[in-house]
Design a protein around this ligand. Structure first.
Ligand SMILES: C[S@@+](CC[C@H](N)C(=O)[O-])C[C@H]1O[C@@H](n2cnc3c(N)ncnc32)[C@H](O)[C@@H]1O
Length: 228
């Protein structure tokens, strides 16, 4: 099964599996924010979100892609939390979010900037307690990762969420996933990691041990462990 490239310049088609993925992402992130901001005494929540494969922000049909979903849910969460706090007489919460958006496609990044700008303007004007900073990178995820780490460490973010929504199955190295999970720099890290299992299984070069080894490298599995 060949991977279909995303045509961000013309408008990418939203496939059904992506729609389902977005539903899970939205629901999970909403719950994550509700849990992380539930204590009435907490007055600030700081978070860095890393989109390794951000896409163009919106699909041809107008539906939100993952970067827009993150912003919509941040906005919804802070508005809901502060309404409840106000009703109960508690101090309002401030949220600070660094959103690092990387994609290899220049068309995706240009489209993304266009879709993010009105949302950022709206937040700056009407959600003053949500402090959003957006950084764009235009590299492979592996190429961008050192810069991503610099952003996180310069901002001293302890809560970090990675969305690694790659095309296919081989664009994130196993050692990078380990580095993300083991980093002491950010003690609370969560990773959404997607990969196309069908594409991987159909392309596995089971009769060629060297190629099989190379294909399995991103997962940290060797051919002996797979019983090949
Ligand atoms: C599945 S799409 C992302 C969809 C997006 N997360 C969303 O939910 O709307 C995968 C993206 O990865 C980008 N891409 C492909 N190879 C890449 C790489 N090695 N590093 C970073 N981005 C890459 C493509 O341009 C495409 O926009």
């Amino acid at each position: 099964m060949a991977e279909k490239p995303y045509e961000w310049a013309e408008g990418a088609t939203l496939e059904d599996h992506s729609r389902r993925k977005h539903k899970i992402l939205r629901e999970y992130f909403a719950e994550y924010l509700a849990v992380r901001c539930q204590h009435p005494q907490q007055e600030r929540f700081r978070l860095a979100i890393v989109e390794g494969f951000a896409g163009g922000g919106r699909y041809k049909c107008g539906t939100a892609g993952s970067p827009v979903i993150f912003i919509e849910e941040l906005k919804r969460a802070i508005e809901g939390a502060n309404m409840q706090r106000a009703v109960n007489g508690f101090a309002l919460i401030e949220m600070e979010c660094l959103l690092i958006l990387n994609d290899l496609s220049r068309d995706a990044i240009e489209g993304l900037k266009g879709h993010m700008a009105p949302l950022q303007a709206e937040i700056a004007e009407s959600v003053p307690r949500l402090h959003l900073r957006v950084e764009y990178l235009n590299h492979t995820f592996e190429g961008a990762y050192p810069r991503v780490k610099e952003f996180i460490s310069a901002g001293r973010y302890r809560n970090v969420l990675f969305n690694l929504d790659q095309c296919g199955h081989s664009r994130v190295e196993h050692r990078t996933l380990l580095d993300i999970m083991r980093s002491t720099q950010h003690p609370s890290v969560e990773v959404f990691y997607t990969f196309a299992i069908e594409a991987l299984l159909s392309f596995l070069e089971k009769s060629d041990p060297d190629r099989l080894k190379a294909q399995l490298r991103p997962f940290g599995i060797n051919s002996i462990e797979l019983g090949a």
